[in-house]
Design a protein around this ligand. Structure first.
Ligand SMILES: C[S@@+](CC[C@H](N)C(=O)[O-])C[C@H]1O[C@@H](n2cnc3c(N)ncnc32)[C@H](O)[C@@H]1O
Length: 280
C-alpha cells in the first residue's frame, strides 16, 4: 500500500499540485522554493500530473500553478507585513507555506483539509524533520459541513482580522456549497480581514474547448462543478471587495505566462483567475 492510498480522489489532487511545485522548485529560474514538495507529492503526484499535462495543449507545460503560488506568496507576505497575524488556509493540501514563508512572530496558520490528507502530511513532515515558522494548527474537517466549530475550538479568534486562503478549491464545490462556505467564513471575519482565492469563469468552464478537460476531471472522481464570470458580484454578496487578476496580467505573469505558447483559442487554464479581497 502506498502512503497516499488512504486519500479520496479529490484529496489526491493535492499531490498533483505538490508535484507541480516540486517541478518549479527544481528549476534554476524558480519563482519560489518548496523543498518539501517532492516528498509530499509522493509517487502518485507526478503520475497524476503526467495524466493531465498536455490536456490543454500537448507539449505545453502549464505555468498556472507556479504563477499562482508566487502571486499568493507575495500577497500573504504583504498581509503579514500589514500586521495580519491570523491566517486560515482552507483546503490546504500539501501547501508548505507554514514552513517556507518568513512569518512574523505571533503568526498562527490554521490548516484545514480532510483528516486523512492532514494525517499523511504530518507523517511525511515529521519524517523530514521540518519545523514550521509560525504556530501551525492542522485541523481535519469537512469544508462542506461544520468546520467552524472545530476552528473556533482550536482558538481561532473571530475578533481579529483574518486572512483566508482558498486555493484550488472553489471549482470543486457546487454553487450552493461555495455560497455556504463563503457565508460561513464571512460570518467569523472581523473588519479588515483579507481573502485570497483562485477560480474560473463560468463561460470558459462551459465552453466546448473545456469539455475534454472537465470529462477527464470527472472520470478521475474530482469534477469541476462551478465557476463565475462575475467574481466581484459574487464576493460582494458576502461583504467582500475584491480585485480580480487574470493570469498574464502584469502582476500575475512573472515572465512565465506570456512566454507559454498556448495557441489562441485554447482557453484551458486561461479562463482561470486570481482574487484578492478585503472586508471593509
Ligand atoms: C487541488 S487540491 C488544492 C490543495 C492546495 N490548496 C494547493 O493549492 O495545492 C484540493 C484540496 O481540497 C481539499 N478538499 C476538497 N473538498 C474538501 C472538503 N469538503 N473538506 C476538506 N477538504 C477538501 C482536498 O482534500 C485537497 O487537498
Amino acid at each position: 500500500m502506498t502512503a497516499s492510498e488512504s486519500l479520496d480522489p479529490l484529496a489526491k489532487t493535492a499531490l498533483w499540485t505538490a508535484s507541480m511545485r516540486a517541478r518549479e522548485h527544481a528549476r534554476e529560474d524558480r519563482l519560489f522554493c518548496d523543498p518539501l514538495a517532492d516528498l509530499l507529492a509522493g509517487t502518485e503526484g507526478p503520475e497524476i500530473m503526467q495524466r493531465f499535462e498536455g490536456t490543454v495543449q500537448p507539449g505545453v507545460e502549464d505555468p498556472a500553478l507556479a504563477v499562482r503560488t508566487r502571486y499568493l506568496d507575495d500577497r500573504l507576505v504583504a498581509q503579514d507585513r500589514d500586521g495580519i497575524r491570523q491566517f486560515v488556509f482552507l483546503a490546504v493540501g500539501m501547501d508548505t507555506r507554514a514552513f517556507r514563508l518568513n512569518w512574523s512572530t505571533g503568526v498562527t496558520v490554521f490548516e484545514l483539509d480532510r483528516p486523512a490528507l492532514l494525517t499523511l502530511k504530518d507523517e511525511l513532515i515529521a519524517r523530514a524533520g521540518a519545523d514550521s515558522r509560525c504556530v501551525r494548527v492542522p485541523l481535519g474537517v469537512d469544508l462542506v459541513s461544520d468546520w467552524m466549530t472545530p476552528l473556533l475550538e482550536a482558538h481561532f479568534d473571530p475578533d481579529r482580522s483574518t486572512s483566508w486562503l482558498i486555493e484550488g478549491l472553489l471549482y470543486f464545490l457546487d454553487p450552493r456549497e461555495r455560497d455556504v462556505l463563503l457565508q460561513q467564513l464571512s460570518e467569523i471575519s472581523a473588519p479588515g480581514s483579507r481573502l485570497l482565492a483562485d477560480y474560473v469563469g463560468q463561460t470558459v468552464l462551459d465552453s466546448p474547448a473545456m469539455a475534454a478537460w472537465r470529462a477527464r476531471m470527472a472520470e478521475q472522481g474530482h469534477p469541476w462543478k462551478s465557476g463565475t464570470d462575475e467574481p466581484g458580484s459574487l464576493f460582494a454578496e458576502f461583504g467582500w471587495t475584491v480585485r480580480t487578476t487574470a493570469y498574464g496580467d502584469p502582476d500575475a505573469d512573472y515572465g512565465r505566462w506570456r512566454a507559454a505558447e498556448v495557441a489562441p483559442g485554447v482557453p484551458g487554464t486561461r479562463g482561470r483567475y486570481l482574487i484578492a479581497g478585503e472586508l471593509p
